[in-house]
Design a protein around this ligand. Sequence first.
Ligand SMILES: [Zn+2]
Ligand SMILES: [Zn+2]
Length: 341
Amino acid sequence: MKGFTSPLWPIRYKPLQDELLSSWLVRLAHGHGLKVQTFCNLIFGNRLQVWNRDIDRLGPDWLVNELSVRTGTPLEIAYGTTLRAYEGLLYPQFKLSGVLQWILTLKMYHRKREGFGLQYCPQCLREGPEPYFRKSWRVAFNTVCVKHQCMLRDRCPNCGAGVAFHRRDIGHSDVAVSDSLAGCHHCGFDLAESVAESIISYDGQASNWHAELCQELMRGNSVKPVIDLDLISVIRQLAMLLTSSYSTLRLHAHVCDQLEVPEMQLTAGRVATETRHLHERHHLIQLIAWLMADLEPRLRTAWHAKAVRYNHLGKDFEGAPEWYLNLVKGFSDWRRDDLIQ
Ligand SMILES: [Zn+2]
Ligand SMILES: [Zn+2]
């Protein structure tokens, strides 16, 4: 920062547990008594636009390196605040654009966020010395807070706006930099005061399976959680099968029937799981978790009921793990014909 000869900033907050890059950056700006835009202009100039892109996903070197050097944070920890840290864990390889498996999209439109790609737990926001936003809240299957046993939320309960805490003091001259990050950027409602809803569960075993999956995001350190990419890719394939519009694929109806839950009307068309709203994703992950809790027999029942065909199971599934391919081999269509005869 101008006026300081040391590379270190006067305020050198480190990222908090599982904190997102954008949250860390806004806290640093406010810590210096500056509004987000002023702080970024001062450090990066007007040339490098910070807020018109998904910086948590992109994790640009110039930004991460700067924060690392200026706050004395090890580079690995600084990178751990970006969604790139999930490379090889939630998706095979990082890419700049297009859908990244299991990473929620923000649908950026200039500085506005039109989507609902950042979730939060009201109780987590209430904890600790100050509210901040977690990296795991950008993960599409993470629809619950295991710690507080409640549903996450993906919008302001007061006005329905998506979460965009960095916009809180952009264009609001009356908002002080000391104001909490949990204030809704649109109406000012304190998101930490949102009512925590209890977890919607279709089946105890499935909910436990799902809770463990979400828990994996928090295991180890936040830089490299322990997640099995093979398993993560299989559940993504199941999400595809549950939302496919092929007329011969009726897995969604079948699983809802097995669980005796109403068949939710999902957003039609080719909609990626990562752009679906929270209630749709939670519904889908419940069905997936139920299948995964006892995969072979449950898929077999679906296959016998002709709710899914062999050629669907491996369709467009690049890098399918060996165990999954072996499992679905048992459902090749000639075997069914064999059984019927
Ligand atoms: Zn929580
Ligand atoms: Zn609001």
